[in-house]
Design a protein around this ligand. Sequence first.
Ligand SMILES: Cc1cc2nc3c(=O)[nH]c(=O)nc-3n(C[C@H](O)[C@H](O)[C@H](O)COP(=O)(O)OP(=O)(O)OC[C@H]3O[C@@H](n4cnc5c(N)ncnc54)[C@H](O)[C@@H]3O)c2cc1C
Length: 398
Amino acid sequence: MIDFELTPEQQEEIKAAQEFAEEQFRPVSRYYDEHEHESPLELIDKMWEKRGESMFRLGLDPAAGLRTEELCWGDAGLYLCIPGPALGGAAIFLSGTKEQIGQFLGKFNEGKPKWGAMAMTEPHAGSDTAAISTTAVRDGDEWVLNGEKIFVTMGKRALEDSDGFVVVWATVDKSAGRAGMKSFVVPAGTPGMRVEKLEKKLGIRASDTVTIVFSDCRIPFDNILGSPEVKKVDKAGTKGFKGAMATFDATRPIVAAQAIGIGRAALDFVKETLQKEGIKIRYGVPRQKLTALERDVMEMEANYKAAKLLTLRALWMMSQLQPNSLESSMAKTKAGLAVTRITQKAVEIMGPLGYSRKYLLEKWMRDAKINDIFEGTGQINMLVTARRVLNYSRDQLK
Ligand SMILES: Cc1cc2nc3c(=O)[nH]c(=O)nc-3n(C[C@H](O)[C@H](O)[C@H](O)COP(=O)(O)OP(=O)(O)OC[C@H]3O[C@@H](n4cnc5c(N)ncnc54)[C@H](O)[C@@H]3O)c2cc1C
């Protein structure tokens, strides 16, 4: 049985996240949207001070998804600035040894704010992750990395901080295809790794997105996550390419939760504005008697709820250590599409109020789209879903 019931403690954590989002994110949301590449330093300090509080605790369960929803209701770009190991941390946690987890994540709550990042995408390898061409060549007790990674979320922050790191996907044997793909932890400050370019973006502008270049970048041999061996079938099931997929199974529902937060922000705005205008949404009325506006709002709500339930299910399965590839991709597909539609419809319904920069609605519409792109586009997640449902292999359904 699926159980989404929250403990009183989890309910408190979610409430704390809601309050933080409302009191700390919303007031500076427009500022950091308009001042892209300016770090929200004061806010980062506040988040760091509260790092011990569970609202910022990383987690892969329904309560973590609900905390994420609340924080992204506040601001999805600022949410990505929360100090922590982020996607890179998930990769280490899922593919690393106990020692590596201790070494790279152990001190993450000490000292000063620090960030992690994950670099998979390359100029010629986005959706087709197996096409990556960054190389890792063994040289004695070191690996030498060469290549270029693009669109790395929070890559600048992760590399500016002496304790930060980036998890880099590279091939140790291009001819072996997916079996040759491995991930490596590259600590900030490693010679041969540099930030090359800072993107200017449509949305989530408070968070940085960068190109990172590796030229003869040397890291210790032990910084590889999983086995260095190149073999087609990996018994452990969570190493190499499978490690990348396992990371996505864990993180896609969290991205879905981010989307849901933005969607609810837009939905709340529409409903509150209509209420102020004295316009009521009549529930329980036969469909043919509803106004077009009522139908629109109900459809937005239905999309929001469907995405939320799929997301909670994927997270709940994760927390029960059940395989959740299908559910994770379903949640991500639905949430990415739902938030895109909800925010666009909200702008349409609100007309000038939706288009004006006086309100945050137009920003949410811009922030929403990324959820249909990163961590696998909507199309790719639909493909993964179809393969799982129809029981087709990767080669049978491309
Ligand atoms: C703001 C931002 C932050 C990001 N952060 C990170 C990060 O931290 N780390 C990281 O590694 N990457 C990151 N990315 C990269 C992101 O994951 C990729 O952009 C995404 O995977 C798509 O890859 P692509 O851009 O190469 O598009 P392409 O793969 O070229 O796809 C282009 C279009 O074709 C469609 N398409 C491709 N293949 C198929 C297919 N087989 N069937 C149907 N449709 C298909 C896609 O859905 C898409 O619509 C980020 C991107 C952005 C914009």
